[in-house]
Ligand binder design. Structure first.
Ligand code: HEC
Length: 134
């Protein structure tokens, strides 16, 4: 009887964990090894043009076409976004942290996941930083 109970409860536990959604919610914190990653990409005019195009499709509706944080979804989703044209906005985040957030998402932001190549995501990090007024 005890054995049956044990088997039953571990089965319940298993089916409970098996019901986790396929795409897990964005992780709450960035692993230190990810934060320390160094951008391996040297931007070219071509790679930045591609990043800009991608940004227009996947990011501008929230972050704004020029990164000012005033995209068209901000009001509907009640988002509070940083203004990347302010050079102070991203100063406390490393390239690795930006890469990680763009890939995996954070809070209400969906990540790019595997939709884009690693190299393209690093170009996106460079583009996001380039919004800052010099
Ligand atoms: C649905 C709206 C939405 C979209 C689309 C979106 N983001 Fe975000 N993004 C957010 C929100 C909200 C945060 C703040 C998340 C938090 O801190 O909880 C954020 C955070 C970030 C951050 C971290 C720095 C910061 O502002 O806190 C970066 C970098 C970033 N987004 C870049 C991008 C890029 C690049 C894309 C397109 C590939 C993108 N985002 C698409 C909403 C969005």
């Amino acid at each position: 009887m005890l054995k049956l109970l044990l088997a039953l409860s571990s089965f319940c536990l298993f089916s409970f964990t098996a019901q986790e959604p396929a795409a897990p919610a964005a992780p709450a914190s960035i692993p230190p090894e990810a934060a320390h990653m160094v951008n391996p990409v040297k931007p070219t005019a071509e790679s930045q043009a591609h990043a800009k195009k991608m940004y227009g499709y996947d990011c501008a509706m929230c972050h704004g076409a020029n990164g000012n944080g005033k995209g068209e979804l901000v009001a509907d989703m009640k988002l509070t976004l940083k203004d990347y044209t302010d050079s102070a906005a991203l100063k406390d985040l490393s390239d690795g942290e930006l890469f990680y957030i763009i890939k995996n998402g954070k809070g209400q932001m969906p990540g790019e996941g595997d939709r884009e190549k690693t190299e393209d995501l690093w170009n996106m990090v460079i583009l996001v930083r380039s919004f800052a007024r010099k």
